[in-house]
Design a protein around this ligand. Structure first.
Ligand code: NI
Length: 168
């Protein structure tokens, strides 16, 4: 099935997603479809609310759509900053916010706890682009977009640009 990625300001992007209760064949299929949609859109991460499913499921692959060698499908992911690891500023974009990028401050290292699609626990420390990407995707599960982290000035410039593009 081909999934449609919702774009801002779709209100469904603002919902808080619910925990996944069980890994079913339907959930596995959804995760596979999400990975395909992410690669097709040239992304490195996608969260279920971006395709209209308010559940705590994300896919990430920081190796990108060419290489496709680092796919992680994470059920009920939880992140905690690694103490003392500091912060990083990275230019981010989002498949739900087309044609816009901005620097966002994130924790440099995070501990990831989740389940995989076989129900096995995942518990690892992540850094670099993976840590940034995970924080961006887990934000989506709380209804938060990267543009919610930028300055008021940048945000109003973005909203002006968007209004013009949408002809409002
Ligand atoms: Ni995003």
């Amino acid at each position: 099935m081909s999934l449609t990625i919702l774009t801002y300001p779709d209100p469904r992007l603002k919902r808080v997603s619910q925990p996944v209760q069980a890994v079913t064949p339907e959930l596995r299929q959804l995760a596979a479809d999400m990975a395909e949609a992410m690669y097709r859109a040239d992304g490195i991460g996608l969260a279920a609310p971006q395709i209209g499913e308010a559940i705590r499921l994300i896919v990430v692959d920081v190796t990108g759509p060419e290489q496709r060698s680092g796919l992680m499908t994470l059920v009920n992911p939880r992140l905690t900053p690694v103490p003392g690891s500091g912060s990083v500023q990275t230019e981010e974009g989002c498949l739900s916010v087309p044609d816009y990028r901005s620097k966002v401050k994130r924790h440099a290292k995070v501990r990831l706890e989740a389940q995989d699609l076989d129900g096995n626990p995942v518990d690892m420390e992540c850094e670099g682009l993976l840590a940034v990407c995970l924080q961006h995707e887990v934000d989506h599960l709380e209804g938060t977009l990267f543009i919610d982290h930028i300055s008021h000035l940048k945000r109003s410039l973005f909203e002006d640009k968007l209004r013009k593009r949408m002809g409002r």
